[in-house]
Design a protein around this ligand. Structure first.
Ligand code: NAD
Length: 307
């Protein structure tokens, strides 16, 4: 039969692409409940959904930061049935820690982590009763490997990973699957917003050297990474659909093979020295290491072809 998939954060980026891709499935395996906080932003999704709109895709309001909004949305579904939850809504944040307010950090956690906790609390009891379901969570490679100037964002994704890794064991007892999708850089509004904020960020809260490292090293470096390794949301969506249709879905799925050398370092050395040294050298020692890494990745891309 068809499975009902509830996706959060569908007004742009990965959420929009996942919702549209599921709705246009040739085998018509899905009924998509594409949700967003602000229905006024439904235009791009409606356009992407095309003919599937109000057939295999319906748009509903859902704010991941509001329990009542989540409950109202789930209550509006026949039998409250959600077969697959795609928890995608999320915020980004970069920059020196001293320049960020605790309130902004809390807001980020309220969306990225507590948003997930609220959604799962709402759908898990029903999934348990039905002894079926799949919880799919848009995490990030930064949920397994921290990155310079991404302290708070990375922490929020680590929280998501710990939550899901723990929950997955209990869920499995009720035949419920859990999958963390871990994209590397993806070119979306997310990236644009984060850079826009970064350019205009007030760096007076930190010392000159840190500000300089952030502006003159990190930002250009990060833009290079996005330009050379960045995926488009449709690629992430395609792989998310594969995960959803997988008979034995993995607990973790990295979407970007080109990024794997960076995340593999951690598993290669439990003391953490190897990834720490590598990221340190890549950032501070000389641009040469970084350029060599990029060259290697380009080569891999050519050899491996497009995934
Ligand atoms: P995006 O900004 O285009 O999409 C995020 C969506 O979440 C937006 O539509 C936004 O309106 C929505 N949202 C924010 N707060 C919300 C709330 N309280 N309730 C409901 N919706 C809310 O960015 P994206 O890249 O598509 O990000 C989607 C997910 O992918 C995020 O969880 C992000 O952390 C993750 N991710 C992104 C990248 C990347 O490089 N872009 C990489 C790895 C992981």
């Amino acid at each position: 039969g068809t499975r009902r998939v509830l996706v959060t954060g569908c007004s742009s980026g990965i959420g929009l692409a996942v919702a549209a891709r599921l709705a246009k499935d040739e085998l018509r395996r899905f009924k998509v409940v594409a949700t967003m906080r602000d229905l006024g932003k439904r235009g791009p999704l409606e356009k992407a959904a095309g003919d599937s709109l109000n057939k295999t895709l319906e748009i509903k309001q859902l704010d991941a930061c509001s329990e009542s909004s989540i409950r109202e949305c789930v209550n509006s579904l026949p039998d409250r049935r959600v077969d697959v939850l795609v928890n995608n809504a999320g915020l980004g944040m970069i920059g020196p820690l001293e320049c960020q307010s605790i309130d902004a950090m809390k807001e980020l956690f309220d969306t990225n982590f507590f948003g997930l906790a609220r959604l799962v609390k709402e759908v898990l009891p029903d999934m348990k009763r039905r002894q079926s379901g799949h919880i799919v969570v848009m995490s990030s490679v930064m949920g397994t490997q921290g990155l310079l100037f991404n302290d708070v964002y990375s922490a929020s994704k680590f929280a998501v990973e710990g939550f899901c890794e723990s929950l997955a064991v209990q869920a499995l007892k009720f035949n419920i699957k859990t999958t963390l999708v871990e994209p590397g850089p993806v070119v979306t509004e997310f990236e644009r917003k984060v850079y826009e904020d970064a350019e205009s960020m007030d760096l007076s809260g930190t010392d000159k050297e840190t500000a300089k490292i952030f502006r003159e090293m990190y930002l250009p470096y990060s833009k290079k990474i996005f330009a050379s390794l960045g995926q488009i949301p449709e690629e992430v969506a395609e792989q998310t659909v594969k995960v959803i249709t997988d008979k034995e879905p993995p607990l973790r799925h990295q979407t970007n093979r080109l990024y794997m050398p960076m995340t593999a370092l951690k598993h290669a050395d439990p003391t953490g020295r190897l990834p720490l040294d590598s990221f340190y050298k890549m950032t501070f020692k000389h641009d040469k290491v970084f350029n060599a890494t990029l060259a290697m990745l380009h080569l891999l891309k050519r050899i491996g072809g497009k995934k």
